[in-house]
Design a protein around this ligand. Structure first.
Ligand SMILES: Cc1cc2nc3c(=O)[nH]c(=O)nc-3n(C[C@H](O)[C@H](O)[C@H](O)COP(=O)(O)OP(=O)(O)OC[C@H]3O[C@@H](n4cnc5c(N)ncnc54)[C@H](O)[C@@H]3O)c2cc1C
Length: 469
């Protein structure tokens, strides 16, 4: 819990931000103090709403002088609680809303931190370009938040995470100084890469105020299918085939178990079973490339080869955009589809692709044996080894009794992940939820190095103090 913020500091912040630039109104603050699943709720004495980098710098500078802590917040879609303050000043980027530049020669889009991912997609399209990061929260998640969590999503297989998609960053460092690192270079070997330190820093090394993002050509030829597999091992083999048969044109490769499809069909309006056979495992495959009609041809050839080899047992290709969207809704609706079933234990982990089948099988059998009646909903981005193992309560179980065993379940999953050479946080970050646990898996050498970097940039630890090491 943060220390009380002196009235004099609040008065200085108000003066620096002007009337529209702050709030202490409980109703205005309320939606920013709860996480969308109601898993975390927080408190703050003051909401700062800067509308420029200069105003962000003023807020950070005042807080630094007074030793007052700050929690930055973008769209509040983070899944590990890092954006929810506990007594700190809450600094929202909601008024940093300008797309500053789009340059086709440089293939770059320069945007302020509070612009949402969906708005970046739209802006890129106006220049006949595309920003490929894609995830279910894109209507609310902001560029600042996506950078700070090094977000991944469904297209990592082809384009990488935010780390691979950011060319430059402008940020206010914990000192209150503005670092203008808004370069648009593809090559820049001039010492430590400060922007990469800020990517994935979860607000601990400063406030990201703007970024230059890589743009890509629009892919006009796109095809989406749902394919049935008897096992996770078969799905992994299908990925190998997909990469080689399409020459690397696989845009997404998402695994969903039978339980996940059934929950989506039961709880999300307008969805139906994509495959009559209701297979134990399904894969959503999207293939895309630039030549008209070629993605469909690539996908059809891939599915024919896979059927022939016995890697898949059935498949359905979307015949139009509406059908493609319906297939994607099954995958992207997984979190929403779980909600009516009670509180789920969520595990966002990564393992080497070659270990995915062993991981899902061992995790599922171990969890089911340890916790009678629980249901394991495993799904995720097979193409980059990122699996979500979500554990739902047994039907009719009291929510609180399920929640009370969450840490025990997490330990089982995370010990297994680490034993397979994986990571206990693939794409959501550590936040307040996983910081202590991650520390228990890291070596003393790594922790010392990470703490030294933080202490050098933020000796008072004012930036998001409860998050990271
Ligand atoms: C339905 C759903 C699906 C999701 N799917 C995915 C997915 O597939 N892949 C994935 O990676 N994530 C996913 N997420 C998680 C979430 O959308 C991402 O973590 C996103 O990057 C957070 O962006 P935000 O603007 O909401 O940040 P917030 O939630 O507001 O903040 C997240 C973290 O970043 C910090 N932060 C925010 N803005 C700044 C800034 N400008 N400067 C410094 N620090 C800042 C905060 O302090 C906090 O630690 C999903 C979330 C939901 C709700």
């Amino acid at each position: 819990m943060g220390a009380a913020v002196p009235d004099a500091v609040i008065a200085r912040l108000r003066a620096a931000l002007g009337n529209a630039g702050w709030s202490q109104d409980p109703e205005r603050l309320a939606p920013k103090l709860v996480e969308w699943r109601d898993r975390w709720s927080g408190r703050t004495p003051f909401l700062a709403l800067p509308r420029s980098t200069t105003e962000v710098a003023a807020v950070v500078g005042i807080c630094r002088e007074a030793g007052v802590a700050i929690t930055p917040q973008g769209g509040n879609t983070g899944l590990v609680g890092g954006q929810i303050p506990d007594g700190e000043i809450l600094l929202s980027t909601e008024r940093l809303r300008r797309v500053r530049d789009i340059d086709v020669a440089d293939d770059v889009l320069v945007t302020e931190a509070g612009v949402t991912l969906a708005e970046v997609h739209e802006a890129a399209l106006t220049a006949a370009r595309r920003f490929p990061l894609s995830l279910a929260s894109e209507g609310s998640a902001t560029i600042g938040g996506l950078i700070s969590t090094n977000a991944g999503g469904t297209a990592v297989l082809r384009y990488g995470t935010m780390r691979n998609l950011v060319l430059g960053i402008e940020a206010v460092l914990p000192s209150g100084e503005v670092w203008n690192g808004l370069k648009r270079l593809r090559k820049d070997n001039t010492g430590y890469d400060l922007k990469q330190l800020l990517i994935g820093a979860e607000g601990t090394l400063g406030v990201v105020t703007a970024a230059s993002l890589k743009l890509f050509p629009i892919l006009t030829s796109r095809a989406v299918a749902f394919a049935a597999c008897d096992s996770v091992a078969a799905a992994v083999r299908l990925l190998e085939l997909a990469k080689s048969e399409t020459g690397g044109a696989v845009e997404a490769f998402e695994l969903i178990g039978r339980l996940g499809v059934d929950l989506a069909v039961a709880h999300l309006p307008g969805l139906r079973q994509p495959l009559e056979s209701r297979p134990p495992w399904s894969v959503l495959i999207e293939v895309a490339n630039a030549t008209s009609g070629s993605a469909e041809a690539d996908l059809e050839r891939l599915l024919a080869v896979a059927l022939e080899e016995g890697v898949i047992t059935d498949a359905s290709i979307a015949q139009n955009e509406a059908q493609a969207r319906a297939l994607w809704a099954l995958r992207e609706g997984q979190s929403a589809a779980q909600k009516p079933e009670g509180p789920a234990w969520k595990h966002d982990v990564a393992v080497p692709i070659s270990a995915i089948a062993q991981f899902i099988e061992t995790a599922t059998t171990t969890l089911e044996a340890r916790f009678a009646g629980v249901r394991v909903d495993a799904f995720g981005h097979v193409g980059d080894g990122n699996i979500h193992i979500d554990v739902l309560p047994s039907p009719g179980a009291a929510p609180q009794s399920h929640i009370s065993r969450r840490d025990e379940g997490a330990r089982i999953v995370h010990d297994l992940v680490v034993s397979l050479g994986g990571s206990i946080s693939a794409e959501h970050g550590l936040g307040t939820m996983k910081t202590a646990e991650a520390a228990s898996y890291k070596s003393a050498v790594e922790l010392k190095a990470q703490r030294s970097i933080r202490a050098a940039l933020d000796p008072q630890r004012i930036m998001n103090p409860r998050v990271l090491f």
